[in-house]
Structure formats: structure tokens, C-alpha cells
Design a protein around this ligand. Structure first.
Ligand code: ZN
Length: 169
């Protein structure tokens, strides 16, 4: 299993004042978006691990102590199954949950394109049809808080690393 991000030094969860700041930020998000984010946080999709994944990668966001492990089962050119596990702030964990729903069943090319579209959306770049992103669009409100963009993209950068670990054929 691969690993990227910081050493273990900053892995404890956000401290109290950071958590209060985060709560303030989340309260500023559009209400519909906030509800979607909290729904994924409270009712995570595909949380857990796979029995024999084709690739598995753990990503860390040292800025707030978020951890996300992404596991993929690839059949031919498709994501046949996906799971994530981790801990951290609501944005990082809900983004991982949304990602699993968005990529399940898709081809590797489609997944890479979605990753590019989502990270471009979070950077405020490009012309993206928000419809194509489904629930992921809810994270666009996080752009107001540059530090949190890293929380939102952690799962996707971890996914990219996992894709890079797939055996080439
Ligand atoms: Zn975070």
C-alpha cells in the first residue's frame, strides 16, 4: 500500500480553535450544498475496505490532519468496486464519499476526466458543466476557503495515486 503526505507528526485531529473556525466556514456555505455535504458525512457511501483491491493508497492532508485511504477494484478498464476509509473534517470525508459514488462503474479515462474537472472546479478554472459532477458540485462553495480546498481534493489526489499504482497492461 502506498502512502503520501506528511510524516506522522501532524496527524492528530484539528485543534479546538480550528474546529470552531471550520464550523463558522461551514455555516457560510449555501444551505443546499451544506445539506448534501453533511448527508455524505453522516451517511458515508462505500466506506470500508475491499477484500482484494487492485490498488490502495493512503493520502494525508497535514493542514488539518485529514486522512483518506482509497481502494479500487478494477475489472478491465472499469472501476468495478471502490471503498474509502479515513478520518478528518467533514469536507474531506464527505468529498471521499461523493467521489466513490461518482467513479463507481466508470472507465479509467472517465474517472481521470472527472478528477480533472473536479480539481479545476475547486481551483475556479475551466468551463465545467456542474450537472456532470452531481453531488460533487456541492463542494464548489468551499472555494471561498482556500485552506479547505485541500480537504475537498484530498480524496481525488489519493485516487490519482491509487490509479498510478494499477498494474500496467
Ligand atoms: Zn480538512
Amino acid at each position: 500500500m502506498g502512502r503520501s503526505g506528511s510524516s506522522g507528526l501532524q496527524r492528530e485531529n484539528c485543534n479546538m480553535s480550528l474546529r470552531e473556525e471550520y464550523a463558522r466556514q461551514e455555516a457560510e456555505l449555501d444551505e443546499l450544498y451544506r445539506e448534501i455535504i453533511l448527508d455524505h458525512y453522516r451517511n458515508p457511501r462505500h466506506r470500508g475496505s475491499l477484500e482484494s483491491p487492485s490498488a490502495s493508497h493512503e493520502g494525508l492532508n497535514p493542514l488539518c490532519g485529514d486522512e483518506v485511504t482509497v481502494e479500487l477494484l478494477v475489472d478491465g478498464d472499469r472501476i468495478a468496486d471502490v471503498a474509502y476509509n479515513g478520518s478528518g473534517c467533514s469536507i474531506s470525508q464527505s468529498s471521499a464519499s461523493m467521489m466513490t459514488e461518482a467513479i463507481l462503474g466508470k472507465s479509467l479515462d472517465e474517472v481521470r476526466r472527472l478528477k480533472d474537472d473536479f480539481t479545476a472546479l475547486m481551483r475556479g478554472e475551466g468551463e465545467i458543466d456542474p450537472e456532470s459532477l452531481g453531488d460533487l458540485e456541492a463542494l464548489s462553495g468551499v472555494r471561498k476557503f482556500p485552506v479547505r480546498v485541500k480537504c475537498a481534493t484530498l480524496a481525488w489526489h489519493t485516487l490519482e495515486e491509487a490509479l498510478g499504482e494499477l498494474p500496467t497492461h
